[in-house]
Structures are given as structure tokens and as C-alpha cells.
Ligand binder design. Sequence first.
Ligand SMILES: Cc1cc2nc3c(=O)[nH]c(=O)nc-3n(C[C@H](O)[C@H](O)[C@H](O)COP(=O)(O)O)c2cc1C
Length: 184
Amino acid sequence: MRILAFGASNSRNSLNKSLAYHAADLFKAEVLPTAEIELLDLNDYEMPIYSIDRETENGIPDKAHAFYAAIGNADGLIISFAEHNGSYTAAFKNSLDWMTRIDRRIYQAKPLLLLSTSPGQGGGANVMKTALTGAAHFGAEVVGSLSVKSFHQSFDLENRTLVDPDLKNDLLAALKALGNGSSG
Ligand SMILES: Cc1cc2nc3c(=O)[nH]c(=O)nc-3n(C[C@H](O)[C@H](O)[C@H](O)COP(=O)(O)O)c2cc1C
């Protein structure tokens, strides 16, 4: 089983990237040791801001095709969503907009575990709501979701691991569902 994990943020030191990568580590360590893990960095897929005029003049960027193909090559997805002003980061929304010009169902019927985190008490709950609402429209099979509030209290960045045992158990349960390809 091939798992693709990324943070939906273009911050070099993205908290969500750390959380997504930790979830992927945990998947391999505790759920499926034979899993192949691909860690994607959104910065490697930076594209011009979507506009119908750019699309008409230059077509869809190669990076949009490459991102869509990376999703297509996976058997399961772990995405941790950063929240900017209550919604997706501009960087992720831009990638999403371009990819929907290839196929509205950008998630290509893959099992998807949605995560979010922020330094505050919200834990990215607003972007999580947006991402969950859109997931079916964009062709995902949602297997679970988890928002981690107060990131710096909940996560040990140096060792890239959740420190709260209850949260870690919740994450593990969601990862097992990802391994089964279902929310059950
Ligand atoms: C422009 C901007 C808007 C933000 N808006 C929110 C917000 O609506 N809710 C929230 O919880 N945090 C917000 N934050 C703080 C982010 O949660 C914080 O920067 C976090 O580190 C982003 O995740 P990342 O590190 O994965 O990029 C905002 C940060 C920026 C720079």
C-alpha cells in the first residue's frame, strides 16, 4: 500500500507538514510496516495563481498534472490542512483549483484521512469543516478526521511526534481505518 502524505501549506516549517509526516511514520510503524510512504512538499508544486486567462493562454501547468499524478499513484492519502483566515491556505486552494481543471474528482476515489492543526485552541476546525464538506465533491473516500489544537503543547517537533497519548490513540485508530480503506 502506497501512502501519500502532505501538509496543505507552503510554509517551509509547516506544522501541518510535521503532523502529516508523523501520521505517515506512525502508519508504517504501527499499522502496515510494508507500506510505501511518499512525503510530498507543497512547495515543490508551486503554480501561478489560477485564472481562466492563464489557462486559455498557457494551458494547465505541468506541476498540476504532476500533483494529480502523485495522488493517482497513491492507495491512501494523509493531508493535514493549515488554516488561513478560516479556510484553506491560498497555496493549497490554488493547487486544488488547477487540478480541478484536469478532473473535479482530484482525490480520485482514494481513502483520505484529514488532519488539521494550529497553534491556537481552534486546531484548524474551520478549514477542517471546509475540507470535509468538499471531500466527496472532490472524489475522496473519507476514512477519518482529526484536529489537533494547541500544536506546540500537543506535539514534540524535535522528535516529530504527538505527545498527548489520547490524541495519539485517536490518530492510530484513524490510521487503522486508512489501512482498511474505510471509516469502519
Ligand atoms: C494569513 C494567516 C491567517 C491565519 N488564519 C488563521 C485562522 O483563521 N485560524 C487559525 O487557527 N490560525 C490561523 N493562522 C495561524 C496558523 O494556524 C499558523 O500560522 C499555522 O502555523 C499554519 O499552519 P502551517 O504551519 O502548517 O502553515 C493564520 C496565519 C496566517 C499567516
